[in-house]
Each structure stands twice: as structure tokens, then as C-alpha cells.
Design a protein around this ligand. Sequence first.
Ligand SMILES: *[C@@H]1O[C@H](CO)[C@@H](O)[C@H](O)[C@H]1NC(C)=O
Ligand SMILES: [Zn+2]
Length: 515
Amino acid sequence: MLLSLLILFLASGEIFAAPKEHNDKLMHPRLPPSSNRHLKVNPDEGKSSYWVENAQNTVLEKTGKPLNQNTAKNVILFLGDGMSIPTVSAARVYTGGEEVQLSFDKFPYTGLSKTYAVNRQVADSANTATAYLCGVKANYGTIGVGPEVSIGDCVGMTNATNHALSIAYYSQLAKKRTGLVTTARVTHASPAGVYAHTSLRDWESDTDILNDDEDPTVCADIATQLVSGETGKNLNVVMGGGRAKFIPKETEDEEGHKGDRSDGENLIRTWLAQTQNAQYVWNRDDLLALDDTVDNLLGLFGTDHLSYNLDRDPTNEPSLAEMTQAAIEVLSRGDNGFFLFVEGAKIDMAHHGGQAHKAMDETAEFAKAIQVAADLTDEADTLIVVTADHAHTMSYSGYADRGNDILEFGGEASDGKVYTTLNYANGPGYRQPDSDGSRHDISQDDYEDKDYVFPAVAPLGSETHGGDDVGIFARGPWAHLFSGVLEENVIPHLMSYASCVGEGYTACADAPLIK
Ligand SMILES: *[C@@H]1O[C@H](CO)[C@@H](O)[C@H](O)[C@H]1NC(C)=O
Ligand SMILES: [Zn+2]
């Protein structure tokens, strides 16, 4: 009855009819012709029955799903750096169409994460890493320290009372294996949240600290903390870029690039010397040929950050999905499960440059890595959480036809010129008006170039983060807890609950260990 009524309604088009005075031409201007990169739309979409059937299948799927209250043996946290909600929506179209489900769109539970810092409206990747890994909101620019520590306080960051401990630390205490994977330097802000305690995210090597006139023998740099810190030295898997932060200025890495350290330490050698059954790899071939008995893996595949996927030499540099697969394989060699952090770091970097094409591609790569993890693990015992640290200013607008290339035009503005579907509120994509004062004609740009810088309202060398909420997508034990509008720092508390680690409430005990 209800169904047939619904079909009647949809078929009559009554509820979507435009008001009489609606000027369709003004509201939905005709699009200029664009390239042939348009996507095919499924012809069944023109039938009401298609939509009703799809919706009913979703109802069945959702109502038939029992809550998973198992203890999470494994926890994987996927962090799309700067992966705002418009980024996710647009990446679907980039991947294949508005109707496409990215790997994590298929996860059964979602929530929203409020990302502000203790002292700023809009967050950075440091204070947010402290929140989603250590469970504490903190000051902008600080990592693994509570809000008691101010940015750049070298002595203050050494006070252990104010250290915020990550879920990796607590997972190690529970005898779980732990690891991290990123497309950035492994000492960059997000991965540093797994193991470091620093009042300034920039202090990745001792040289970085010396350059700020501080003493690296007082406040340890992030690379040193990775190799010698309590959590860092016990990580079983570390993969990403950033070799320079680990080797001396005088030393060349495998690709002939000089190191960055002033203290003469070769931290890669230190790590190898102190770690049992360990292997260091620096290129894709060595990663793919990894001995399947290796217990501990350090993979540094670049001197600096890894390449954008669109620029990557696939014979030399692994993809995020390949690193994720190797990490899960190594971490699975234990009885007590594991915690793994995986970051798609370059979504953020592309957005900062106004390079929406690359931001889309990096998001698609991130989704592929999540698919690999979903395929390699069992929903019954592995909690997978996907989220972002903060948003960006990219918007997704216009009334383009279905299947229109997301990297092209959303419509025609009142000045008779087109505007792109994706735009930034600020950043390097600001264009000076033409000599007659009119808006720059972007249809004359090489907007198909992968490095094309999308238009921005206000000029700024680096586009800023956004203050809007980001999504949380969860699958596996206790995934249903990742729902509602949550403060970002609640995320590791919920992961700890599900996997029975840490000092707070867990699924395995009636009361928290420490109140
Ligand atoms: C460490 O921090 C705590 C809490 O903020 C403070 O009470 C204590 O005095 C600090 N210790 C030192 C040596 O500064
Ligand atoms: Zn950023």
C-alpha cells in the first residue's frame, strides 16, 4: 500500500514540481559543450521501480544486520588527510559516477567528527592526530601532548605528565602488534601522532630544532622518537617516505639524495641494529619480494613525501594499497591481533595547492587501500574505521548534467562565463580580473591538466583547511558506536573500547581500569 502510493507520487512528479514563477533558465543555465569525459548513466534510473527496489534492498540489508558486539582483535584506522565530505562526494564521480559507492561508502555505520583545536576554530593535522589517536584535544601544531603544552615549548613537551598516549601505545601494552603506513614522511604530523610527543610538528629532525634555536638534546626530534621512543621503537611496521630525516647531512640515500640530520646519527642503522627479525626496504620491488617470515618492517620509499599517485613511478614506488597489504600481512604474524594506522596523506597536499584533480585521484587511491584491508580481514574480528582529520575549502556546486566530468564546469555564471564544479574559498587559484575588470575566462585554461589549479575566491599561497565536520565510516566489532556527532577525540576511546585496550571503559570489563 505504502509502496504503491510512493510509486504513484514519484510517477506523477507532483512533489518535485517547480513553483509557477520559477525561471528555469536563470536557475539552471545551459552548460557549455565540454569534452567527452562524460560518464554513462544507467538507463534504469529513469524508472521509479528502480529506485524503490534499491531502497527496499537497503531496508532489508539494514534491518537484517545484527549488532556486532565481538571484541575487536584487530583495529585499522584509515585517515584521509583533509578528506572533507565534498571531497568524498566528488571522488565518487571521479571514480565512476554519482551513484558509485567507494569502498568505505559500503561500511554500515557513519558519524560526524567535530575537528576544532583547543585554541583554534580550524584545526591542523597535528592537534587532530592527538585527538583521533591519543583521545585528547590539543593546541594547534602540537602532537601527542595535552592542551597544557603550548606550541613550540621545548621544555614543556618533555613533561611526561602532559603526554597523551596513543592507541598504538595501549595496543602494545596489550601485546598486540602495531604499525603505520603513510604517503607522507613517516615523521609528518599525522603518523607522528601514533608514537611522538612534541610541541611543534615541524621538529622532524634535530636540524629542524636547531633551525628554531632550540636544543634537540632537550626536546627530541620526531625521527629520534620513532626509533628510540617508548611507542616508536616497538612499532612492527613503519612505511612511507622521509628518509632524509633519518640520515646525516653528509650521507646519501639509495637514490643519491643527501640526509638532513646534524647529529651524525643514521637512524635506519640504529633501527636495524636494535630490532629483531627486521628488514629495511626502500623500493617497491624489495617490498613485493619481502620474505614472509619477517616480523618487523621499515619501508622508506622516498627521500621526502612519496609522490602523488598520478606522478608515481610504479616500478619504483609502491601504491598505498600495496603498502597496506604488506602491513596487514606482517602484522597478522601474531596471536593477539594488531593496530594499524594508514594515512592517505596527499589528499591534503593536493587541496593546499588547489589541485582538485590530484585530490580526487588520491582519494580514489585511499579508497582502494581500504578495499584491500576489507578483503584481507574478517568483519567478525576486525574493526575498520575511516575518517579524516579536518576538512578543506573545496566546494562542489552547479547544476551539471548527471555523469558530467567532475573536473569540468558546473554551469554558466551571470557574467556569461563558465565556472568549475569544484572551487576553493582561498588558495593559489585566485585569478586577477582581466584588464577590462571582468572575471578570468577559465574555459581558455588547460583545465584537463592533472596539475590544473582550480579557482579560489581569496589569494593565498597555500589553500587552508576547513572547519566543517568530517565523516567517520566504520565496519566490524562495535562499529555501531561510531555514529552521531562526535568530538574527534572520542574516536580512539571507542576503538579502545572495542579492542579492550587502554585505561578507560572497554567491552571486556565492567569498569574502567583507571577513572
Ligand atoms: C609537569 O606538568 C604538571 C601538570 O601540568 C605540573 O603540575 C608539573 O609541575 C610539571 N612538572 C615540571 C617539572 O614542570
Ligand atoms: Zn594540511
